[in-house]
Design a protein around this ligand. Structure first.
Ligand code: HEC
Ligand code: HEC
Length: 289
């Protein structure tokens, strides 16, 4: 079928070129002259430079099409060898690395996190699949979690990390302006959240925010301001906020809410790869169970 369409297109192009060549040659010779009551209509023939240029294009096309027809089969063979070469390289790599990766799969995450060669493979997988969002040093950036600060929304034990990578996560912090009842309240609560971690703040503003925090926010962020793993809401006492720690950043979080999506990787990576990635993430934290 492919071959049929190729020939069809070649014939169509060739016949078009031929008809155009005949027509332009014919018009070149012809000079129309109509006399409409002293108004003359003339047909200026194509200037010869253009006609020569067209002639070259015509010759080039004929040569190109001929070469294409002659070598058509070779092009197909060339494409085939290229694909085969690629597939061969992939299967050779798999043959070399699959047994190693399958062997690592039999180790526990804790054991793997002490085998430097396994961690190197994990880091390689991380650079290829995760660094675009979490940065190559795994320290994250605005909107993307820091994975090396031993502070978690979804838990840092091997199972939780594996779950996060396999099935992904969606974190939603609802917009709070309506619930808090205006800008002044947003400023007060934001100031209180800043004050939880630092004393350098507007004490009056923060003390106005404290009761509001303790009635509204604790539903998700827990009374002790520790992270609430059951509700997947972050710890507001540590320094690494995904969306920034300044008064301005927190006001923005409260005013408009935040939504974060960690994509599921179960269709992108094998369980063995996810195992190695889990070990890598686990190893760069000093998680205490
Ligand atoms: C498209 C961007 C993106 C990619 C790619 C991505 N992540 Fe994430 N990841 C996120 C976001 C955003 C969050 C925060 C989710 C939330 O807060 O609900 C997150 C959260 C996480 C968490 C949970 C952190 C916590 O506090 O509990 C882990 C673990 C994680 N990612 C690991 C990985 C690994 C490993 C990879 C590579 C296989 C990866 N991520 C690839 C965007 C990404
Ligand atoms: C319905 C549950 C819920 C309530 C109520 C809630 N939060 Fe949140 N909050 C979350 C979740 C879940 C996240 C994490 C969002 C994400 O992963 O992107 C979050 C994130 C945040 C963050 C951003 C942390 C970061 O890493 O940048 C701040 C700050 C915050 N909340 C403060 C508050 C304050 C202050 C209140 C009360 C006015 C409040 N939250 C009420 C669930 C809630």
């Amino acid at each position: 079928m492919d071959k049929f369409w190729n020939i069809y297109v070649i014939l169509l192009v060739a016949s078009n070129l031929l008809i155009y060549a005949i027509l332009s040659h014919w018009f070149r010779k012809k000079t129309l002259k109509h006399d409409f009551n002293r108004l003359n209509k003339c047909n200026n023939p194509q200037i010869s430079r253009w006609f020569i240029l067209f002639f070259y294009i015509l010759v080039f096309n004929i040569i190109y099409l001929t070469i294409y027809i002659i070598f058509y089969n070779d092009i197909e063979t060339y494409k085939l060898t290229f694909t085969k070469k690629y597939q061969k390289e992939i299967s050779e790599t798999q043959k070399n690395y699959d047994p190693i990766i399958t062997n690592y799969f039999t180790h526990s995450i804790k054991a793997l996190s002490k085998i430097s060669k396994a961690l190197k493979v994990g880091q390689y997988l991380f650079n290829n699949n995760c660094a675009a969002c979490h940065n190559s040093d795994a320290k994250g950036k605005v909107g993307f979690s820091n994975l090396s600060d031993n502070s978690w929304i979804y838990g840092g034990n091997p199972n939780s990390i594996r779950q996060t990578i396999t099935n992904g996560r969606v974190g939603i912090m609802p917009a709070m302006s309506n619930i808090l009842g205006g800008e002044q309240a947003i400023k007060q609560v934001a100031s209180y959240v800043v004050q939880i971690r630092t004393t350098k703040n507007n004490i009056n503003l923060a003390s106005g925010g404290e009761p509001k925090f303790k009635t509204i926010c604790v539903a998700c962020h827990s009374a002790s301001t520790q992270c609430n793993l059951a509700l997947n809401s972050p710890n507001l006492t540590h320094g690494n906020f995904m969306y920034g720690t300044t008064q301005y950043d927190i006001e923005e979080t409260l005013r408009n809410g935040r939504k974060s999506i960690m994509p599921a990787h179960k269709t992108l990576l094998t369980v063995e790869h996810i195992h190695l990635l889990t070990a890598f993430i686990y190893s760069i934290n000093q998680y205490q169970e």
